[in-house]
Write a protein that binds this ligand. Structure first.
Ligand code: DAH
Length: 344
């Protein structure tokens, strides 16, 4: 018998054995072993194929064809078995799980409207050259009041309006204390903003909370003027609410600024008559404030004869209420998901 005949016999028995091995493979591992045993570098079919060089010329084509057919039959069987095993594994993984049950929605979080408005406000003011500053929420009376030219008999200091600790410290009633802390630690020019919480013993209603959020600003340098103040805040509010926003400065009184103003923005909420709403207090820093800071610093960096400045403090809660037409400030602290998810 010729080499060709022997080889054909060998190929067909390798194929038969291989298909049997594959059929019997109980898991992915056994299947991989079968593949290596037949098609691997030292696999039975690979070794057999090497013998083709000894096959007489006239039989080579036929033997070659048989080899190819065997290889492809084995490969196909391997692939089919692989899929079948995978399906069995998938089914086992799902055993006891009802895949027809509706899925549970994954709720994605979102930033709180106060965070959104605060970050936007900070962004605008930073582009105008203001740097972030910070100060304690548990403050002493000196930084909250005295240094801000607010005498002991001022109503803001009333026990009934303010949260005092036994130590004499208090929850700051405004972020203006950061003005003082900043000037104690830096020399002019000073151009800062300080967002943060403020606390008052207010009766809670649709427009008042005992904890609310302010954004303080202070700019001190040589020759800071009232037009600088108006231009800065008008620009800021129009960046925040749109270029058509109407802004009005109404003369007012604050102990730490002179002259002082309250700033109103014309609010137009769909379905409501337009109205003016107060958003901030502001003014030119009172020389008495610079004098107090100079006393603490024991230098003349903030000599009232040499520097001027403007300051402002706005209610971030108010800004958020205007931006989104929120009618009740309490929505901002209730954490009702139905409210919050509107900002997602
Ligand atoms: N601190 C004031 C308040 O809480 C707001 C304010 C008014 C801040 C005028 C300022 C300012 O910096 O210049 O009502």
């Amino acid at each position: 018998m010729g080499t060709g005949f022997l080889m054909k016999e060998q190929i067909s028995s390798i194929q038969t054995e291989a298909l049997e091995l594959i059929a019997n493979a109980g898991d992915v591992r056994a299947l991989e072993d079968a593949r290596v045993a037949v098609l691997g570098k030292k696999g039975s079919l690979t070794l057999a194929a090497a013998g083709i060089k000894d096959v007489p010329k006239e039989e080579k084509a036929e033997v070659g064809q048989l080899l190819n057919a065997a290889r492809s039959a084995i490969t196909t069987a391997l692939e089919k078995k692989q899929l079948a095993l995978q399906e069995v594994a998938d089914r086992a993984a799902l055993a006891g799980i009802d895949v027809t049950l509706p899925g549970r929605a994954v709720l994605t979080g979102a930033l709180h409207p106060l965070t959104l408005i605060r970050d936007e406000a900070i962004g605008i003011l930073r582009r105008m050259g203001f740097a972030l500053a910070d100060g304690p929420e548990i403050e002493d009376e000196f930084h909250c009041f005295d240094a801000l030219n607010t005498p002991a008999d001022h109503p803001a200091r009333n026990e009934k309006d303010t949260f005092y600790f036994d130590s004499g410290k208090l929850l700051r009633t405004h972020t203006s204390s950061v003005q003082i802390r900043t000037m104690e630690g830096a020399k002019p020019p000073v151009r800062i903003i300080a967002p943060g919480s403020a606390y008052r013993r207010d009766e809670i209603d649709a427009t008042h909370l005992s904890v609310f959020n302010q954004l303080e600003g202070l700019y001190v340098a040589e020759d800071v003027s009232l037009p600088d103040l108006k231009g800065t805040l008008e620009y800021f509010l129009q960046e925040l609410f749109g270029p058509q926003t109407e802004v009005r400065f109404r003369p007012h009184f604050f102990p730490f600024t002179e002259p002082s103003f309250e700033i109103d923005v014309k609010l137009t909420v769909k379905g409501q008559a337009p109205r003016w709403i107060e958003v901030a207090g502001c003014g030119m820093v009172d020389p008495a404030v610079f004098e107090s800071v100079s006393k603490t610093r024991k230098d003349d960096a903030f000599d009232p004869a040499a520097v001027t400045g403007f300051a402002f403090g706005m209610g971030l809660d108010r800004l958020a209420m205007i931006r989104w037409g929120i009618k009740d400030i309490r929505l901002l602290i209730e954490n009702d998901v139905r409210f919050l998810k509107q900002f997602a």
